[in-house]
Design a protein around this ligand. Structure first.
Ligand SMILES: *Cc1c(COP(=O)(O)O)cnc(C)c1O
Length: 472
């Protein structure tokens, strides 16, 4: 028999030990490899009838598993769009587990009220009107994009007096989704909603960017026979950091009565910075907005958010009716605004971050990343063996390629090899970027810890990898 009382008595030493392991990892982030030497594990112990106790399990984790984890919360992990986790948000995340609140329904805890407050704080941070927007926290931008589609479908149904959540999509006239460069997660969610991937109508992009050609969007909407139209605009795209002209997109959506969703997973943070605010002008006119906290807010996984002007439509789409789930609180019931019923107190790490660093702290981290990305871009751009691939809205992303011998296919192949060698250094981690069919390397600087010296280490790793790739 496991004596759980003993574990309760040992809680202090267990948490102290967990703290020590956490500190070892965090303090080693500068030196720990960003790409571990192995991503497989030796056969560990089988599931035992009698467990070893928490302290021993922690020791085993520290010895056998921790060294093979990536230093991804550290200053030189530039793959995807990866934020780190600030001390405030990490503490908030620990407390989220320690207090273990279930955010499904209000009525027993102030957790739902704090969640609502945190939504309002974010709306304030992004200068979005509090009286127009409301929202919820999600597992990330993918889930937020799903909420956007569910809201849009419900709004479309309303126009035809069809309650889609009761009768299903089949009762609704045809829906088409217009977008130039939707994130892969949006395409995935088209499938999840049952709209299907082929409901996406490609809007051609302006040359050398990933922005929608708005004259063509206008024509496409004018010609479309689909009675229900959703436009998915970007702020920003992953490879070129392209921002659609949201005011113009909103004008066109008004003209054709289309629902406007803006995927602003990371780009929304540029809105806090005075010099960059123009990039998202018109965002306040969207019907719904996707954002990610685990990217540029540097909050641990997982944390996304979703804002909409049609919160009652979202609540219609997702409402749960069971007698034991009825509440009489003035505070929202968040399970009616998210996919999950039971859910983490996701607002807490975000709230801690906002309380600890304030508006200026957020601005500073974003500006620092943009400044260092600009530095990296200009160092690489000045080398005759490197080429910057795309540079639409120079934000925090640098997409470049090595210039090797040979035709285009060979160049693409060599750049794949070049990327592999950069990552094998263990010092820097990047992911591929393709622009106009040309494959390169994409680095997104989204971590609050990244400093000048990390740019130097990165350039060094790139130079070494280039030399060895060219020789291979
Ligand atoms: C990252 C990203 C997503 C997907 O976000 P997850 O947090 O991985 O679910 C969606 N859209 C954009 C623009 C993104 O950058």
């Amino acid at each position: 028999m496991v004596d759980f009382r003993n574990e309760v008595d040992d809680l202090r030493s267990i948490l102290e030990q967990a703290k020590e392991v956490s500190l070892e990892f965090r303090q080693g982030l500068d030196h720990q490899r960003v790409k571990a030497l192995r991503d497989e594990l030796a056969d560990g112990p089988k599931l035992a009838n009698h467990g070893m106790g928490t302290i021993k399990a922690l020791e085993m984790f520290q010895k056998d598993i921790l060294p093979s984890l990536s230093a991804s919360p550290g200053p030189r992990y530039f793959g995807y769009v990866t934020g780190g986790s600030t001390p405030a948000s990490l503490a908030g995340d620990w407390l989220c587990s320690a207090t273990d609140q279930n955010l499904s329904c209000p009525g027993d805890s102030a957790a739902s009220a704090l969640t609502q407050k945190t939504i309002h704080l974010l709306l304030d941070l992004f200068e979005l009107p509090l009286d127009a927007f409301d929202g919820s926290f999600t597992t990330g931008a993918t889930a937020s994009n799903l909420l956007a589609l569910l809201t849009a479908i419900q709004v479309m149904g309303e126009k035809y007096e069809i309650n889609v959540c009761d009768v299903g999509l089949k009762a609704l006239p045809e829906i088409r989704v217009f977008s130039a460069c939707p994130h892969a997660s949006m395409i995935k969610m088209l499938q999840v909603t049952g709209l299907g991937r082929s409901s996406w109508e490609y809007v051609p992009q302006i040359a050398q960017t990933e922005r929608m050609d708005l004259a063509l969007l206008d024509t496409q909407l004018a010609l479309s026979k689909a009675p229900c139209k959703i436009v998915v605009a970007s702020a920003a795209t992953v490879t070129a950091s392209s921002f659609d002209d949201l005011n113009k997109v909103a004008d066109i959506c008004e003209k054709y009565d289309a629902f406007l969703h803006v995927d602003a997973a990371f780009g929304i943070f540029s809105r806090c910075v005075p010099d960059l605010k123009h990039l998202t002008e018109g965002l306040e006119r969207a019907d719904s907005i996707t954002g990610d906290a685990h990217k540029w807010l540097n909050v641990p996984y997982d944390g996304g958010f979703f804002f909409t002007r049609h919160i009652s439509m979202l609540e219609n789409a997702l409402r749960v009716s069971a007698p034991y789930l009825k509440t009489h609180s003035a505070v929202p019931t968040f399970m009616n605004r998210t996919i999950e019923n039971s859910q983490r107190f996701r607002a807490l790490p975000i709230w801690m971050n906002l309380m600890a660093y304030g508006r200026q702290g957020i601005i500073q981290a974003v500006q620092q990343n943009c400044r260092l990305a600009e530095k990296l871009r200009s160092i690489l751009g000045a080398k005759n063996n490197m080429e910057i691939l795309c540079n639409d809205a120079p934000l925090h992303t640098v997409t470049f390629r090595g210039v090797f011998q040979g035709h285009e296919d060979e160049q693409n192949r060599m750049n794949g090899e070049f990327l592999r060698r950069i990552n094998d250094s263990g010092k820097v981690f990047a992911t591929p970027g393709a622009f106009n069919g040309r494959i390169g390397i994409r680095m997104a600087l989204s971590n609050w810890l990244t400093r000048e010296e990390d740019v130097e280490i990165t350039v060094d790793a790139i130079d070494h990898a280039f030399q060895s790739t060219a020789k291979s």
